[in-house]
Write a new protein. Structure first.
Length: 277
């Protein structure tokens, strides 16, 4: 039950972080959003290390470094998709891809969730497909952004899998390693492509909020996967588009179709099934 609570909370925070990040990406260069948000996350993890201490080891840092590279590539692609597409399409498309990879990895590694938990997994994956349905007037742009969103999902899924390989006694050190590698990668890409890292007007608060919330969600994920099965935790985390959709509706006025509302309902049922299994 602890893993379910942590993973569900993680999904809510991830969705909120993506909402702020998406708004920031519409006002600033993508690499600037990623770099600055990652720096904000690094500051938070440094502050949390004394509070949630762990054993510093080479495996902890190496798995974290690998996860950071995968996650950074996913984040760059994700924010690019958000900048050119419809938020209520991009977020779910990325989520279902990022969930499928850890589920397949967990099952291949020998995880055997109970029957009703597997039903919840199937329902959750179906839920994110339902909420991704959108027939907006910008459908052409959304169709193009979906391809980028799927690539982002692979990056995020790799982040979840790689981070889960770090020793449980490592505390938050894997996340510190992940942030160091992700920042290094993004800055290197910016220098190589001569892209500016200066945020656009009125976007700095959005970017910092996205970075702090994203790292908070990472901490919740790390704690959740240490308490439960990766194949279940990752699926619950993948439900984060629900909060992104609700914020997009309330703040941006993006309308939810009945099929999307049904998807949110399926997500709630999926969480319940996994919780009681």
């Amino acid at each position: 039950m602890t893993a379910v609570i942590l993973a569900t909370a993680c999904a809510v925070v991830y969705g909120t972080a993506d909402f702020f990040g998406g708004l920031g990406a519409k006002r600033s260069p993508v690499l600037a959003v990623v770099a600055l948000s990652q720096l904000a996350g690094l500051a938070l993890i440094v502050a949390l290390l004394p509070v949630l201490p762990g054993d510093l080891s080479a495996p902890a840092l190496l798995w974290g470094l690998a996860a950071g590279i995968s996650g950074a590539l996913g984040l760059v692609m994700f924010y690019r998709a958000l900048a050119v597409g419809v938020m209520s399409v991009v977020a779910p498309a990325t989520a279902v891809t990022s969930a499928a990879l850890p589920v397949l990895w967990g099952l291949a590694s020998g995880e055997r969730p109970q029957f009703w938990a597997l039903v919840g997994v199937a329902l959750a994956l179906g839920a994110v497909l339902l909420v991704s349905q959108d027939r907006s007037s910008s459908g052409g742009g959304s169709a193009g952004s979906v391809i980028v969103a799927l690539v982002a999902g692979v990056g995020f899924g790799g982040f979840f899998v790689l981070l889960a390989q770090a020793p449980h006694e490592a505390g938050l050190w894997p996340l510190a390693g992940a942030r160091l590698s992700s920042i290094t990668l993004v800055v290197t890409i910016a220098l190589a492509t001569r892209r500016a890292l200066r945020p656009g007007p009125g976007s700095i608060r959005l970017i910092l909020a996205a970075g702090l919330l994203d790292m908070t969600a990472n901490v919740l994920y790390l704690l959740a996967q240490r308490e439960g099965l990766l194949s279940l935790v990752a699926v619950l985390v993948s439900l984060y588009p629900a909060s992104t959709l609700l914020l997009a509706r309330q703040v941006l006025g993006e309308r939810l179709r009945p099929v999307q509302v049904a998807g949110v309902a399926c997500a709630l049922v999926a969480v319940g099934l996994i919780a009681v299994a």
